[in-house]
Design a protein around this ligand. Structure first.
Ligand SMILES: C[S@@+](CC[C@H](N)C(=O)[O-])C[C@H]1O[C@@H](n2cnc3c(N)ncnc32)[C@H](O)[C@@H]1O
Length: 236
């Protein structure tokens, strides 16, 4: 798929599955996805009253996790699938003390000035972008020097046995459940996108090449998920 084709496909697909997206996340991960988001937020070092970018916010779960940890933060959630953010906006009706500033935008061309945010996080986005290096360069650009860029993503486990089990799970179970609960081919796209994605060390290398420093990653769920963290240093 060419870059514009992939972006259009991803945008349309998430628009279509938005109403069942959260339910599928909880089912697929046995409820673990919210713990992974909390872990990612803890790596971001969100300062009190900090300005946070939740990139590809979708239905806003990562943004809400930021506010659970740091209620004084200002959180901007950006995504190019507007129906996903509409679901996120509805969630806020039940949580009047929480506010997320949702905005339409493309991760490859962020509508923000340089050095705007105290941290930038993304969850389950990088697999979906057409140009991973450019997405990290954009994240690095919009955070202030000293800030962290945090990426939570599905990755293939390094251990052969776990990788085998993971591939059976994602290749068979997830599309079967997705076919019942959701619509279209989204949950066959998901395992294909995981298969095609970078390994955790490769992802760390791309982050370094994008100018991030002190890059580390934490495997979660036996390596089925990884949280990568990099820093924009002040001398860059
Ligand atoms: C798997 S969902 C993740 C949503 C949310 N971050 C979460 O934790 O559940 C991926 C999201 O990335 C968004 N996305 C993918 N590529 C994007 C891009 N280039 N610019 C903006 N959003 C993008 C999709 O629209 C979708 O909402």
């Amino acid at each position: 798929m060419t870059s514009p084709d992939k972006a259009r496909y991803v945008q349309t697909m998430f628009g279509r599955i938005s109403r069942r997206y959260d339910l599928m996340n909880r089912l697929m991960t046995f409820g673990q996805d919210q713990h992974w988001r909390k872990f990612a937020v803890r790596q971001a070092w969100v300062p009190a009253f900090g300005r946070v970018l939740d990139l590809a916010t979708g239905t806003g779960d990562l943004a809400l996790a930021v506010l659970d940890v740091r209620p004084s933060a200002t959180v901007v959630g950006v995504d190019f699938a507007l129906p996903m953010m509409q679901i996120g906006q509805l969630k806020l009706n039940n949580r009047p003390s929480r506010r997320i500033d949702f905005a339409g935008g493309d991760a490859l061309q962020l509508p923000f000035d340089d050095d705007t945010f105290d941290t930038c996080l993304s969850a389950f986005m990088m697999r979906n972008v057409a140009d991973v290096a450019r997405a990290f360069r954009e994240q690095r650009r919009v955070v202030r020097p000293g800030a962290r860029v945090v990426c939570l993503e599905i990755t293939q486990p390094a251990t052969p046995l776990f990788r085998e089990l993971f591939n059976i799970y994602f290749g068979r179970f997830v599309p079967a459940v997705g076919g019942i609960v959701s619509e279209g081919d989204a949950y066959t796209y998901l395992p294909a996108s995981v298969q095609a994605f970078l390994t955790p060390p490769e992802l760390a290398r791309v982050m370094r090449e994008a100018g991030l420093r002190d890059v580390v990653y934490y495997p979660l769920a036996l390596g089925a998920v990884s949280v990568h963290v990099g820093t924009k240093t002040s001398e860059q």
